[in-house]
Write a protein that binds this ligand. Structure first.
Ligand SMILES: [Zn+2]
Length: 610
């Protein structure tokens, strides 16, 4: 057994790399005896072992035969690592990588320590045969994609993310000490694959994409109607042609397939418990995509352990929205956070809560001045938001309302374009809460990308002129997404519901005529899209309009950077499977027998198999 140590020093980082030429018949796992059992099957001629003490390691196995190694070291010695990695290529078969002592305190210069970034090693290796991969780290995150063969992954304080290559046998041993076991559900799709997961307090997230599938005898929504088609799904994406590997045939038996649905306006997905509850409600109606139009930032991390996972819904987050002192939604959030007596009138509550800003920076940002916006903005960006929410409420009467009921006004119109400018510079879309036609006009003329409500969504009193959209006003929304939130009227309007709905229907007609894109947003705490969809039908929206919005426009509005919402080559195979044509029988629209995410079933109705 040859031993080729190759050590070098570069500032704070010391890297050492050994390469072994192992016996051709199989690897030995000197430092992990247990792995021999886990990996005792189908050992290929290539073995990679990586050991790290501090750092982050990303490994991707490409499909080409050629070995392609790319290294990214955010430290001092990229050239030397490249050189070392080239030696891996020369040695060819068996690899052992050990990375250690990234933080040797005695050698760490006093200045610049705070700027230290752990080394990131990004290897792209191709494997002509099945590989055995072994990674052992101490404080590192491990991310592996596309390995066929066997993998032994171990970390003490890191997280493990593993994506198997579709259609290939998977043999995995993963172990971590600090964190949480995330998902082992999807691994069961490969019944022959031995899988060992072990964690103390660790964090293991496993993604195994479905094996390539050929979906036959289905009727697929093409944007106009359902047509008989055959589609392949490879690596979770829709394909016209068969991949050059074995595929599973899935007979849809005449079922109807549409892209999975979206709800663009929610305030759910806060924390672990409530997120799980809502996923359990949304998936059975086919809603796979959702967006919070503000949530408590402090509860996002816990929500993200439930959503944005391979077997769950995908959610975009607005985080805290931008508003003014005592403006909407401070009353709502402060009221929720307070323990005021339940029997107080709204006015009494408002009087008691005025001036409170306990949720500032968490559920909303108070930006009364440009200076306050400047201070808040980097903190907002640090939360990694997916979009920006701003609040306009009855702007025409803002000065009058400011001293009145808490939340009866919104952001200072002078601040609005400043928020929009910063957002667009950061590549973020801006959605505005609007109540009146004046708010609507101001928002669109200030350059917002979409609206979180249509004027008149909850119209109840006063002059209907304040919420009515003329053809000229409607034109302003051309090409913009508008979350209708029409279903809220049922709660606000009570006796006037018919009148409110007549107004809403007229506003929608004008906006559609002008080329605005109505999208589904429920904005109903604890509820899904069902009430909103019902309202759309009451407003005279056709089944085709409802299905188009649910399955295409709404998901595309939530994730404009992803290929979702259509059944076409290269798009994600995120589907609802319906027992009948929902354009003929609207009763089945929200009752899918199955929901697929990237070709994998993540929801199956009771007794449903179609
Ligand atoms: Zn809302």
């Amino acid at each position: 057994m040859a031993d080729i140590p190759c050590a070098f020093r570069g500032g704070k980082l010391i890297l050492a790399l050994w390469m072994f030429t192992l016996p051709a018949k199989g690897p030995s796992f000197a430092y992990a005896a247990r792995s021999e059992q886990a990996l005792s099957v189908d050992q290929g001629p290539i073995k990679v072992k990586i050991k790290a003490t501090n750092g982050r390691i990303v490994i991707r196995y490409g499909k080409e035969r050629q070995v392609d190694v790319k290294t990214l070291i955010r430290a001092d010695s990229p050239s030397k690592l490249t050189e070392t990695v080239e030696k891996i290529e020369r040695v060819g078969k068996d690899l052992y990588f050990r990375q250690m002592d990234a933080f040797k305190e005695s050698e760490t210069p006093k200045t610049g320590y705070e700027n230290y970034s752990p080394p990131v090693v990004d290897l792209t290796l191709s494997v002509p045969h099945e590989a055995v991969l072994s990674i052992d780290t101490y404080n590192s995150d491990i991310k592996v994609e596309g390995v066929s063969g066997a993998a032994f992954l171990k970390t003490y304080n890191g997280r493990i993310a593993y994506q198997a290559q579709s259609g290939k046998p998977l043999k995995l041993f993963a172990s971590t000490r600090n964190g949480k076991l995330q998902s082992d559900v999807l691994l069961s799709t490969e019944p022959t694959s031995p899988v060992h997961l072990e964690t103390y307090n660790g964090d293991i997230s496993i993604t195994a994409t479905a094996p390539p599938k050929h979906f036959t005898n289905g009727k697929f929504f093409n944007g106009h109607r359902f047509v008989s088609q055959d589609w392949y799904v490879v690596d979770g994406l829709i394909a016209h042609h068969a991949p050059p590997v074995a595929v599973q045939v899935e007979d849809l038996k005449g079922a109807f397939v549409a892209p999975a649905y979206g709800d663009a306006h929610t305030h759910h997905f806060e924390g672990d418990y409530f997120s799980k509850l809502m996923v359990g409600k949304y998936l059975p109606e086919g809603t796979l995509f959702a967006q919070t139009m503000t949530e408590h930032l402090s509860m996002k991390a816990a929500a993200n352990k439930v959503v944005n996972q391979a077997d769950s819904m995908d959610v975009a987050f607005a985080d805290a929205g931008f508003t003014a002192t005592n403006a909407h939604p401070t009353f709502t959030y402060e009221s929720l956070a307070s323990n005021l007596p339940k029997d107080l009138t709204p006015q009494q509550r408002s009087d008691r809560l005025k001036g409170r800003r306990t949720q500032d920076g968490d559920a909303y940002w108070i930006v009364d001045t440009a200076r306050e916006l400047e201070k808040a903005w980097p903190k907002f960006l640090a939360g990694d938001p997916d979009l920006v929410k701003v609040f306009l409420v009855d702007t025409a009467n803002r000065d009058k309302n400011k001293d009145g009921f808490m939340g009866s006004f919104g952001l200072d119109p002078v601040i609005l374009p400043l928020v929009v400018g910063r957002a667009h510079k950061a590549g973020l879309r801006v959605y505005a809460h609007v109540d009146t036609a004046v708010d609507y006009k101001l928002a669109l003329e200030s350059g917002v990308d979409g609206l979180a409500h249509m004027p008149g969504y909850g119209f109840n009193e006063g002059s209907e002129d304040t919420v009515k959209l003329t053809p000229e006003l409607a034109k302003l929304a051309s090409g913009h997404y508008v979350q209708l939130t029409a279903g809220l009227a049922a709660g606000y309007a009570e006796k006037n519901l018919k009148h409110t709905q007549t107004l809403q229907a007229e506003n929608i007609r004008e906006m559609r005529r002008a080329g605005a894109v109505p999208i589904v947003g429920s904005d109903s705490y604890g509820s899904t899209t069902a009430g909103e969809v019902q309202a759309w039908f009451q407003l005279g929206q056709t089944p085709l309009q409802v299905l188009t919005s649910l399955s295409k426009d709404t998901p595309q509005s939530i994730f404009p950077w992803r290929s979702v919402g259509e059944i076409r080559e290269g798009y994600e195979a995120d589907w609802v499977i319906l027992p009948e044509d929902p354009l003929r029988n609207r009763a089945v629209l929200l009752r899918p027998t199955r929901v697929l995410k990237r070709g994998m079933p993540i929801y199956v109705s009771k007794g449903g198999s179609k």
